[in-house]
Design a protein around this ligand. Structure first.
Ligand SMILES: [Zn+2]
Length: 234
């Protein structure tokens, strides 16, 4: 399988579905980790250009730890907008270039606009990518790809319908998240949170719900053309 995971910011995939991506990569699937923005507005000490470079390098390192290909759409924080025609074309081309069998992205009801807008962008453009007359330089994709929504931040308002056991890859997930050193200190300073500890707590809670040590939860997009008869998650 080819798996396309799309997060809003450079650390979102690592935090919200990193264990599942690590499992998919280790089980022989091709995994692409794409963050929409460069994380260019999250710093008290760096300029936007500096923090963009730092965070892109951190995301590359995290993707390497995962065993995934790294990509970014190079948008700006706070400016992800599903109605923007240019951004729609970027995501259509992302789907056409990666030709996924499975897409993982944000839940539509998360805590900040970039997450919700990228969720809508990916949902919309995974369909538009199949339209030959939605003309870009890339050939159209041959299927409307199934979509799984990953956890919201801290799991609030999110009731998983599928679980993935990440107990054996939890330390890989921690290493992926710790690759984002600049974001870990930003979240401590801006939000007063140790995000690695929060992740362990959230994944232990999901694990408790399904009888394993650590788990990640997902909800599939139950929409026409996106349902399959076999389980796609590990
Ligand atoms: Zn984010």
């Amino acid at each position: 399988m080819r798996v396309l995971a799309v997060g809003a910011h450079p650390d979102d995939l690592e935090l919200l579905c990193g264990g599942t991506l690590a499992r998919l990569a280790r089980e022989g699937h091709e995994v692409v980790m794409c963050h929409a923005t460069t994380g260019n507005k999250g710093s008290y000490v760096h300029t936007s250009e500096e923090i963009s470079r730092i965070r892109t390098a951190e995301a590359e390192q995290a993707a390497t730890i995962c065993g995934a290909e790294h990509r970014t759409l190079e948008l700006s924080d706070g400016e992800v907008l599903a109605a923007d025609v240019g951004q729609r074309r970027l995501v259509v081309d992302l789907v056409r270039e990666t030709r996924p069998d499975l897409i993982i992205t944000h839940s539509p009801n998360d805590y900040m606009s970039d997450h919700n807008e990228i969720s809508k962008l990916v949902f919309d453009c995974s369909f538009h990518a199949t339209l030959p007359l939605f003309a870009t330089s890339k050939p159209h994709h041959n299927q409307v790809t199934p979509i799984y929504y990953m956890e919201t931040a801290s799991g609030l308002g999110f009731a998983p319908t599928e679980f993935v056991d990440i107990s054996r890859v939890i330390e890989i997930k921690v290493a992926m998240l710790q690759a984002h050193a600049s974001q870990l200190s930003w979240l401590r300073d801006h939000d007063g949170v140790d995000i690695v500890q929060q992740m362990r707590t959230a994944n232990a809670f999901r694990g408790q719900q399904c009888g394993v040590d650590y788990a990640e939860g997902f909800v599939s997009s139950l929409t026409w053309l996106r349902c399959r008869t076999r389980r796609l998650l590990p």
